[in-house]
Design a protein. Structure first.
Ligand SMILES: Nc1ncnc2c1ncn2[C@@H]1O[C@H](COP(=O)(O)OP(=O)(O)O)[C@@H](O)[C@H]1O
Ligand SMILES: [Mg+2]
Lengths: 312, 258
């Protein structure tokens, strides 16, 4: 990512400082932030409705979450504590870069602990630790329009939202069942918000959909390239679409996390060697490490501990 | 047939700038009746059909439609939301080119099931059973239910389009040259099928065609258009066997020649 590696003093007009020489707090100028905040307020007032906004160039490529970064930049204050995750992890390149960016341009405190964060920017996951009132979850969204896959015309999809014509969403689920015998959609699983707008929850696994339902936290979604912001205010109904005879179900894992022993969490497969060895571990690294620190031990750690004892 | 018209059309005109699309058209359509609109290319048939089906706003005139509750509603005073509900429940529209009326990249079953899902059916098994039943009604093998229309012949696509429209038991179906793009032998089979469905279901239909043989086979009544005007209007047998207008006589004699 092209985030700068030195922090220029605000107002300092040195010729060497090119990119961010005259940046404002949190990078965006105040007028842009006000414009984005107006879009956010409108999005909160109409849960699930995609509000167009004048997306700005950010010093990082699209696909790196420029929509989420702009939303975070518009709402962040000096007192905020920021957590950034990508696929549940705080230490991927994308997450590290965005966190570094805000530490640089807003000098905010960063954390990896879900419970300590006031703003959590995410790509792909909702933390396992239940979010609380006062927290804001900011999603990075690549394609905000859930109807796009079957209806390429923007004029038509807008009309469908306006008139609540959502039959097409079920056409997609019907196709899934016809082809796979069950609803095979596992990511970006469509939801209906507040009984009105159908919304794409971004590429999070459907495992996380129930966490959106009546969450105490404010959920904000930013799509940079597509220039859309949408929101789910706290305590809002978020219902996954389904059929009566094929009800919505989350992914089930038939074993606990190999490191911390947690159940009912989303697991990633980790390949251990080239002989087919693998283990399943929490995708939410902070959740997993916190549990381990509290003394929870998964199968893998237990066996390595036993091996070590046996070897001694 | 009931004693109240399904559709009351009064002084309907559509201008494209200075050019006439159709001019001062008035007629009633009765329940269970099939009306053919015939005329040469450019005579205003499609313009009229699109105005009647609210796909196009007329310049002047009005169209009253008798809703299921028996009340007449002025189609052009309805909200767009109400019109769209009408279009996907109580009406059908069969395009000349099936690709304009089908979703080519979803399965035949989903094409037929879409309207059911649009009106709130949320039971997969029931939707699929209904789709399957409709495929057999339009003579498509039910084992093609998961195939996309891309893999279908022209005649099959047109039959699928018809099934997709009829699944919600509409009362009125608009058709624009439904056999237009098909081979002669395929046309005959499709016409037979449409005729059977229309009479079994007691449908009302407005069929645009430049082919008088189609009008003869399908319609009870017909209107002949020329230069945007309806120049002759009557029972199909009467118009074809005893045309009064010289232009209609010309049309009829030219088909008898071929
Ligand atoms: N979108 C349009 N803009 C301008 N003129 C049109 C348009 N559509 C049709 N027309 C004109 O209106 C007349 C009737 O056309 P149309 O309704 O398509 O006739 P038909 O279906 O009988 O061939 C023709 O003169 C045609 O050129
Ligand atoms: Mg035409």
């Amino acid at each position: 990512m092209s985030a700068p590696d030195t922090r220029p003093a605000p107002g300092q007009d040195s010729a060497g400082e090119t990119e961010l020489a005259a940046y404002n707090f949190a990078y965006l100028d105040e007028q842009t932030k006000r414009m984005i905040r107006r879009a956010i307020l409108k999005a909160i007032a109409i849960p699930g409705y995609q509000v167009p906004f004048a997306s700005r160039e950010m010093p990082m490529p699209y696909g790196w979450g420029t929509g989420g970064v702009q939303v975070t930049a518009a709402i962040i204050g000096p007192e905020d504590v920021l957590k950034v995750i990508d696929q549940g992890a705080d230490d991927t390149t994308n997450a590290v870069s965005i966190r570094a960016f805000f530490q640089k341009v807003a000098a905010v405190r960063a954390t990896t602990h879900t419970a300590d964060a006031t703003i959590i920017q995410t790509r792909h996951r909702i933390p396992e630790h239940t979010l609380q009132e006062g927290q804001v979850l900011v999603y990075q969204v690549p394609i905000p329009e859930p109807l796009r896959f079957l209806e390429p015309r923007e004029t038509e999809t807008r009309k469908m939202h306006a008139l609540e014509e959502y039959g097409l969403m079920h056409v997609k689920l019907y196709e899934d069942i016809a082809r796979h015998g069950r609803i095979a959609t596992t990511y970006a699983y469509p939801v209906k918000v507040h009984g009105r707008y159908v919304m794409d929850p971004s590429p999070t696994p459907k495992f996380d959909n129930p966490k959106m339902h009546r969450s105490e936290a404010l959920q904000l979604f930013g799509a940079g390239r597509e220039k859309r912001i949408y929101a789910v205010p706290p305590h809002t109904d978020v219902v996954s679409l389904d059929f009566e005879d094929h009800p919505f179900e989350v992914q089930q894992f038939d074993r606990p996390c190999a490191l911390c022993g947690a159940t009912h969490v989303y697991l990633d497969e980790v390949v251990l060697d080239d002989r087919g060895g693998r283990m399943f571990v929490c995708s939410d690294t902070d959740y997993c490490e916190t549990r381990q620190a509290e003394g929870h031990v998964g199968e893998m750690l237990a066996t390595t501990a036993t091996d070590r004892e046996a070897a001694e | 047939m009931s004693d109240m018209p399904l559709l009351k059309v009064r002084s309907l005109s559509k201008f494209y700038g200075n050019r006439i699309g159709c001019h001062d058209v008035s007629f009633d359509l009765w329940p269970g009746e099939v009306l053919a609109i015939v005329g040469e290319s450019g005579s205003g048939k499609t313009t009229l059909l699109n105005c009647l089906s609210t796909r196009l706003m007329p310049s002047t005139g009005d169209v009253q439609y008798r809703m299921r509750d028996g009340d007449y509603r002025d189609l052009f005073r309805m909200s767009e939301a109400e019109r769209r509900v009408l279009m996907r429940t109580d009406w059908g529209f069969v395009h000349q080119n099936p690709a304009d009326g089908l979703r080519m990249t979803v399965s035949a079953g989903a094409n037929v099931g879409e309207r059911l899902m649009a009106v709130g059916d949320r039971h997969y098994g029931r939707i699929r059973a209904t789709a399957s039943e409709w495929l057999s009604r339009v003579e498509i093998d039910t084992d093609r239910i998961d195939d996309q229309p891309r893999a279908f012949s022209g005649g099959m696509r047109q039959r699928l389009q018809i099934a997709r429209n009829l699944v919600t038991s509409p009362r009125l179906v608009f058709m624009d040259e439904p056999t237009g793009g098909l081979d002669v032998s395929v046309q005959a089979r499709l016409l037979d099928l449409v005729r059977g469905l229309v009479s079994d279901l007691g449908l009302s239909a407005i069929v645009v065609t430049h082919d008088l043989a189609v009008a003869r086979l399908l319609s009870h009544r017909m209107m002949v258009m020329k230069g945007g005007h309806v120049i002759e209007h009557g029972l199909t047998d009467r118009v074809l066997d005893d045309p009064r207008e010289p232009y209609t006589q010309l049309l009829v004699s030219s088909i008898l020649q071929v």
